[in-house]
Design a protein around this ligand. Structure first.
Ligand SMILES: C[S@@+](CC[C@H](N)C(=O)[O-])C[C@H]1O[C@@H](n2cnc3c(N)ncnc32)[C@H](O)[C@@H]1O
Length: 263
């Protein structure tokens, strides 16, 4: 019986919380993952905090983390873009793609392959990917990297437009997320600021019939954002891929068939 052991209260409490969180995580994984599940208990966690232990356990049990390693993707997020593209097929050889909030780079890796920017597919159409993040991004063959740049800074967007030259963009991606402050209203506000920046940029650089995929967190303003995107894109949907964690508030809006801007 746990309560009769002589362990200090704090350790018993941690063990209790850890085991219960583990059970909840297992049931969530069971509902959402499409791969074979592995439940791994981390070792060497003695000096780690409870939250670090939980994070480690989740990482080790997550089939997409394992799959990302196998396919050489920089992180598990790759599967979100792969899944969405598998269904809606908006990435095609020859396209110009802008990837906002690209670090560490797994969406860029997927985009490079899909648009054939290094000529590896059977298509003779070569695309191009421009990847931007406020963090450093290690080079990715086939992509033009703009690291250490804040997308919301007007000078960054000017530089991006200069880099694009007279090329119009077929796909704008944004997996950007602000650093969470823990204050819900502020986090939502910061997320929406990123989304509106991306929409404004996308409508300026996109070709008619282009696509926009933008991440946001489920919140009261999501519907309003969808309506805003519908002003510019003929087909707009909310998408939640299986690889997006069930307990995560993230959701994506996919806008397709850009209507163009009246000059
Ligand atoms: C979830 S990660 C993106 C993961 C990426 N799609 C991948 O597959 O590797 C979110 C990224 O958004 C970036 N980000 C957040 N705010 C930003 C901003 N204002 N400008 C540029 N990047 C930003 C963060 O630095 C972070 O790298």
């Amino acid at each position: 019986m746990t309560l009769l052991t002589k362990k200090p209260l704090l350790i018993r409490l941690s063990t209790y919380l850890f085991n219960n969180e583990a059970k909840r995580t297992e049931s969530r994984n069971f509902q959402t993952a499409t791969c074979v599940l592995r439940h791994v208990n981390p070792t060497n966690v003695k000096n780690k905090s409870l939250s670090s232990q939980l994070w480690l356990k989740r990482q080790l049990s997550d089939p997409y983390v394992e799959k990302a390693k196998m396919h050489n993707y920089r992180c598990r997020s790759a599967f979100k873009l792969l899944e969405i593209n598998e269904k809606y097929k908006f990435l095609k050889p020859g396209q110009i793609v802008v990837d906002c909030g690209a670090a560490p780079g797994s969406w860029t890796q997927v985009a490079v392959k899909e648009v054939n920017s290094i000529g590896q597919s059977s298509s003779d159409q070569l695309g191009k990917v421009f990847s931007i993040d406020k963090q450093h991004i290690y080079p990715i063959e086939g992509a033009t990297i703009l690291g250490n740049m804040d997308f919301t800074n007007p000078s960054t967007q000017t530089l991006l437009r200069t880099t694009l030259g007279d090329r119009q963009v077929q796909v704008v991606l944004s997996d950007m997320a602000p650093t969470a402050t823990g204050i819900r209203e502020m986090d939502t506000e910061n997320m929406l600021t990123l989304c509106y920046n991306v929409i404004r940029f996308a409508v300026q650089v996109s070709e008619i019939n282009g696509s926009l995929l933008v991440k946001l967190w489920q919140c009261g303003q999501a519907k309003k954002l969808e309506t805003e995107i519908s002003r510019f894109y003929r087909n707009v949907k909310f998408v939640k891929p299986n690889s997006s964690r069930h307990d995560s508030a993230e959701i994506f809006i996919l806008g397709r068939y850009f209507k163009g801007l009246e000059k």
